[in-house]
Design a protein around this ligand. Structure first.
Ligand code: F6P
Length: 326
């Protein structure tokens, strides 16, 4: 069949980059090629779509990227996609580009962008790519595992100095309004306390201070406190702890370090599986879906249903963390 007659899908990464996005790009491109589907890469997310910043992707364009953090397609946060005019314009460009479907790898905001395009007749197939794990309909998001490993590594290092000086260390980790990265880092890093932004958790700053004092009375000389970025000012919390306990306290904000780095095996694996599934369901004729992990396996949902899903807060693991920290 002449190349011009082959089916064509678009592919973009959007929002905050996440380790494993490249593995997903590779999987989508290679699976599409296998089925004689052309892939138009769109640079810089929806921003690039609105500017028509495109590149045809071939199999060799995605070689040697599975192990790289970031995204070869680049990414952006696109204010214009929040307006009805921007959404309509983006949908029209998809039609002009003759895209049979648009694959979107990103977090909540990017998937909401996919939903708005679907309402203008674009077949949007979304993959959850965010370090935050804050897409409630999926048990896993691409990049989460690498971000937690980066956090754990930082905690290990901070513990060396914190225990040598018998200090209290605060480490602030990313996660936007959710505390998944913080909770996991707290558990796998063996923290004394985790401060989460979820409203169901009652940890307030005075409780943290009481916990540190109680730890000291039981002979614990250093404390590691993981704070989710959604809580806010870690430096102010460090001062408050130091003033109230007399224990020297230092705050470290991990920040964007958590977004970089080579993706872990788990991120590469899920990114590969999700990318493959995205092309597979497109070929089967599904429209406007979000790929998720449900009950430990790859599945897919209607985008709107997925975005409306509310996952209960992880009370079990939070309680376990408190017990293990004693
Ligand atoms: O969504 C990923 C994330 O890294 C969040 O954890 C964080 O709140 C946000 O992006 C930071 O965004 P930016 O890189 O645009 O400052």
């Amino acid at each position: 069949m002449p190349r011009s007659e082959l089916k064509k899908i678009g592919l973009l990464t959007s929002g905050g980059d996440a380790p494993g996005m490249n593995a997903a790009i590779r999987s989508i491109v290679r699976t599409a090629m296998h089925h004689n589907v052309r892939v138009t890469g769109i640079k810089r997310g929806f921003d690039g779509l609105l500017q028509g910043d495109i590149v045809e992707l071939e199999s060799e364009d995605v070689s040697d990227i599975i192990h790289r953090g970031g995204t070869i397609l680049k990414t952006a946060r696109c204010a214009e996609m929040h307006s009805p005019e921007g959404q309509e314009k983006a949908a029209n460009i998809c039609k002009i580009l003759n895209l049979d479907a648009l694959m979107i790898i990103g977090g909540n905001g990017s998937i909401a962008g996919g939903l708005s395009l679907s309402k203008h007749g674009v077949n949007a197939i979304c993959l959850p790519g965010t370090i935050d794990l804050d897409l409630d309909c999926s048990e896993y998001t691409i990049g989460f595992d690498t971000a937690v490993n980066t956090g754990m590594d930082a905690i290990n290092k901070l513990k060396d100095t914190s225990s040598s000086h018998q200090r209290c260390s605060i480490i602030e980790v990313m996660g936007r309004y959710k505390g998944y990265i913080a909770l996991w880092c707290g558990i796998v890093g063996g923290a004394e306390e985790v401060v989460l932004p979820e409203e169901d958790v009652t940890t307030d700053q005075n409780q943290v201070i009481e916990q540190i004092l109680s730890n000291r009375s039981q002979g614990k000389k250093h404390n590691m406190i993981v704070v989710a970025e959604g809580i806010g000012d870690s430096a102010a919390l460090a001062k408050k702890i130091e003033d109230a306990t007399g224990i020297a306290t230092r705050a470290t904000i991990l920040g964007h370090l958590q977004r970089g780095g080579n993706p872990t095996a788990l991120d590469r694996m899920w990114a590969s599986v999700m990318g493959h599934e995205a092309v597979d369901i497109y070929l089967k004729g599904f429209k406007n879906r979000v790929i998720v992990v449900k009950d430990g396996v790859c599945a897919h949902l209607d985008i709107e249903e997925g975005l409306n899903y509310k996952r209960p807060y992880d009370e079990k693991n939070y309680k376990m963390m408190k017990i293990l920290a004693l």
